[in-house]
Design a protein around this ligand. Structure first.
Ligand SMILES: [Fe+2]
Length: 198
């Protein structure tokens, strides 16, 4: 064991995809394909479940799996119904603040439930519910790190430049602030990841 409590020899793992149980698989397919632009890569029936495989990246056969058979009556999170009672969040990286703003506009036009734009300092994000109440997050990393969790609302009436400037200013004022690149270098060492960070 290392000082971090990890075994010294371990297979290389990279997170790839997730699947979740659904009540209405076609209704959910419509949301993920039409609103979020996923492509159905395969579908079928196995082990008592209908399955739909979805991806937005040809390097991944599936990034999301919809599986029939969600039990009825799963209770909401007892303290915060934005977040899932079992799966707290399912999060997608977005390429820029401009793209995140477009997602916000699409969700408003689609009347997506529980839209919550949040500024974490290290990331700008939008939380929203899919049609069965799963809490999705869409986020863009900033260039600034300070200890998490941290969350204040994003005001999309501000311009992207104003949001960027305000975020950098309050991030630099936080205890434990460092450029995100420095944080990545430190954690690359801890995670035994050998990759160059500028
Ligand atoms: Fe997150």
């Amino acid at each position: 064991m290392t000082s971090e409590g990890k075994t010294q020899h371990h297979p290389n793992l990279k997170f790839s995809h997730f699947g979740f149980a659904v009540h209405d698989i076609e209704f959910m397919r419509d949301f993920y394909t039409r609103v979020l632009d996923f492509t159905v890569t395969d579908r079928g029936h196995v082990e008592g479940m209908d399955l739909i495989f979805l991806s937005r990246d040809p390097d991944d056969h599936h990034q999301v799996v919809l599986a029939s058979g969600k039990p009825q009556g799963i209770p909401a999170h007892p303290h915060n119904p934005q977040f899932g009672s079992v799966i707290n969040q399912i999060s997608f990286k977005v390429s820029s603040l401009e793209e995140l703003r477009k997602i916000h506009e699409i969700f408003l036009a689609e009347n997506v439930a529980s839209i919550f734009p949040a500024n974490h300092g290290i990331a700008w994000s939008i939380y929203a519910h899919d049609p069965e109440g799963n809490n999705l997050e869409f986020f863009v990393d900033t260039d600034w790190y300070f200890p998490q969790p941290f969350l204040v609302p994003i005001d999309f009436t501000m311009t992207d430049a104003e949001i960027r400037a305000a975020t950098e200013k309050f991030s630099r004022e936080q205890e434990g602030f460092e450029p995100y690149g420095e944080w990545r270098k430190r954690f690359a060492n801890r995670m035994n990841v050998y990759r160059a960070y500028a």
